[in-house]
Design a protein around this ligand. Structure first.
Ligand SMILES: C[S@@+](CC[C@H](N)C(=O)[O-])C[C@H]1O[C@@H](n2cnc3c(N)ncnc32)[C@H](O)[C@@H]1O
Length: 343
């Protein structure tokens, strides 16, 4: 870094610190506006607590300032050292109005943690049983272990299948599932004696594991090797949808971002039959309650756009104890289970 760069960075840091301090000291709005006009960075997070100007405005519950900062481009989902976003701070004060302003900024931003599916598909997976007897499908990301699917999610999968079956006598349903992972949901689907059970799975190690477990020989099971995007597209979709559509459609594809999920939504009207049900693993943003809420709302809006009403039920996810060495990808205490029902 050149000397000039260092001087500029120091100046920005000072301005950023001053902006946050002024907001916390509840200085007049004009003083704060002047600081912003003189170049105080809205993205800056302070040294001591990692809070941004938006966190500070949420702490002082200054609605007008929160709006001003959001309109000026403040980062809605920055997390402080305690992993709280400004939205979480607003919620902790039970300030619904400020929370909504921040959350709506997130909805507009439609932010995606762009994960690379191709990098995932070419990386090695390990299927292990941990010291608690929990099955885990592990992925190595630059030396850090990440669980692709972990046994603690069984509860969520069980609840999902219970919602698919509630009030419905399934006689040989036609099922489509995207993403085999540990095969938890596919094993539950098998107990519904499906007439057709189509599984789309892209990862070669998962496919190998499925072969070893005998999934290719199970009655009614058809495994489509490759990405769902290879089959669920306007050219090919007609070749996989059975007559009358699927009765149950589920998708849970680790490593994909929200845009991929939204693209999946756009094909639902073709995939689903007249009396069918759809759900997806609602896990995006689940390390922070505000961001999780944003993704949940965004999904609801986009499902409505394709003509589908989603309802939500809560599943207790507080018992996600056995992370072992895995990076924690779900820390919210409650899983919001989505369900689309066509009657
Ligand atoms: C979290 S796991 C699914 C877990 C599963 N629901 C269960 O109950 O065990 C995600 C799976 O999706 C697969 N996958 C990721 N991207 C995919 C894609 N684009 N198309 C098909 N499968 C994909 C992964 O290889 C992985 O096996």
């Amino acid at each position: 870094m050149s000397e000039q760069d260092e001087i500029e960075l120091d100046a920005l840091t000072d301005l950023g610190e001053e902006l946050i301090r002024s907001i916390l000291a509840e200085e007049p709005l004009d003083t704060i506006k002047q600081l912003i006009e003189s170049g105080a960075p809205l993205w800056y997070q302070n040294e001591s607590e990692g809070i941004s100007c938006l966190h500070a405005a949420a702490y002082t519950q200054n609605r007008e300032l929160v709006k001003l900062l959001i309109d000026g481009g403040a980062v809605w989902n920055a997390a402080d050292y305690l992993r709280n976003t400004a939205g979480d701070i607003a919620l902790s004060f039970n300030n619904q109005e400020i929370y909504t302003i921040i959350r709506d900024a997130g909805i507009r931003a439609d932010d995606t943690a762009a994960a690379s599916t191709d990098a995932f598909l070419s990386s090695k997976l390990r299927f292990i049983v941990d010291e608690h007897g929990q099955n885990i499908c592990m992925l190595d990301v630059d030396g850090e272990e990440v669980g692709v699917m972990m046994g603690w999610e069984r509860n969520i999968m069980q609840e999902t299948v219970a919602k698919f079956s509630a009030g419905r006598e399934h006689t040989g349903p036609k099922i489509l599932n995207v993403g085999f992972g540990l095969g938890i949901i596919d094993t539950l689907f098998q107990s519904l004696s499906p007439a057709q059970h189509v599984i789309i799975e892209a990862h070669p190690d998962v496919l190998k594991h499925m072969k070893e477990l005998g999934w290719y020989e199970k009655p009614g099971v058809k495994i489509l090797e490759g990405k769902w995007q290879d089959y669920i597209n306007s050219d090919k979709i007609g070749t996989i949808v059975p007559e009358g559509g699927f009765d149950i459609v589920y998708t849970d594809s680790f490593s994909e971002d929200y845009q991929a999920l939204r693209q999946f939504f756009s094909h639902l009207q073709v995939l689903l039959g007249p009396q069918s049900r759809f759900s997806f693993f609602n896990g995006l943003g689940a390390t922070n309650p505000t961001i999780y809420d944003v993704y949940t709302r965004v999904a609801e809006v986009h499902l409505a756009e394709v003509g589908l009403n989603v309802s939500w039920s809560d599943v207790d996810a507080s018992d996600q104890r056995h992370w072992g060495d895995s990076r924690r990808y779900f820390t919210c205490p409650t899983y919001r289970l989505p369900l689309v029902v066509r009657e």
